[in-house]
Write a new protein. Structure first.
Ligand code: S3P
Length: 176
C-alpha cells in the first residue's frame, strides 16, 4: 500500500504526520494546500479573500485530480476536502487509503494557529461548530481512523501498524 491520504480537521496534525510517514516509508509527500498555493502563487487566505470559498473548493478538487496521477505518495489534505464527496471518491478510485486523523476539539483549540486559516478569522472557537458539521463526513469518508490526542511518535507507530494490516483493523475509539 503506497498511496496514503490523511484527512481530518484543521489542527489535527495531518501535515506533520504525513511528513513523518513519508520519511519512514520513503514516499513522496504532498499537501493539497501547498500544491494550490504553489500553483496559484499566493496564500490560501488570499484566495479566500479575493475569490471566496467556492473558488477555493474548485481549486482543491482540481488539485486532487492532478495529484492522484502522481503515483505513490503520502498526501496531507485540507480539512474541507470531505465537503465534496467527489474528492474522496477520486482518491479511493485511484488506490488511496484514506486515513482520518482525529484529534479532540479541546486538543485542537489548545495549540491551533488561527492566523493563517481563513475559516477561523473570527476566532478559533469556530473549530467547535466545524467539527460538529463534519464529524459524520470524516468518519464516512475514511478507511482507517487514528487518534492523535497525545504523542505524535506514538500516533505514527500506531498508524504504521494499522497500515501494515490489510485495513481490517480500525481504531475507532474516542471519536467524540
Ligand atoms: C480548511 C482547512 C485548511 C485549508 C483551508 C480550509 C477547511 O487546511 O484547506 O483553510 O475547510 O477545514 P488544513 O486542514 O491543513 O488547516
Amino acid at each position: 500500500m503506497k498511496k496514503i491520504a490523511l484527512i481530518g480537521m484543521m489542527g489535527s496534525g495531518k501535515s506533520t504526520l504525513a511528513k513523518m510517514i513519508s520519511e519512514k516509508m520513503g514516499l513522496k509527500y504532498y499537501c493539497t494546500d501547498e500544491y494550490i498555493e504553489e500553483k496559484q502563487g499566493r496564500a490560501i487566505s488570499q484566495i479566500f479573500e479575493t475569490e471566496g470559498e467556492a473558488f477555493f473548493r474548485h481549486l482543491e478538487a482540481e488539485a486532487i485530480n492532478e495529484l492522484v496521477t502522481f503515483g505513490d505518495m503520502v498526501l496531507s489534505t485540507g480539512g474541507g476536502i470531505v465537503l465534496n464527496s467527489e474528492n474522496v471518491r477520486n482518491l479511493k478510485k485511484n488506490g488511496f487509503v484514506v486515513v482520518l486523523l482525529n484529534r479532540s476539539v479541546e486538543k485542537i483549540l489548545s495549540n491551533i494557529d488561527g492566523t493563517k486559516r481563513p475559516l477561523l478569522k473570527d476566532g478559533i472557537r469556530r473549530i467547535e461548530s466545524i467539527y460538529k458539521e463534519r464529524e459524520f463526513l470524516y468518519k464516512q469518508s475514511s478507511d482507517l481512523i487514528i487518534n492523535n490526542d497525545d504523542n505524535i511518535d506514538e500516533t505514527l507507530n500506531r498508524l504504521l501498524n494499522l497500515l501494515l494490516d490489510t485495513g481490517e483493523c480500525n481504531e475507532e475509539k474516542n471519536f467524540d
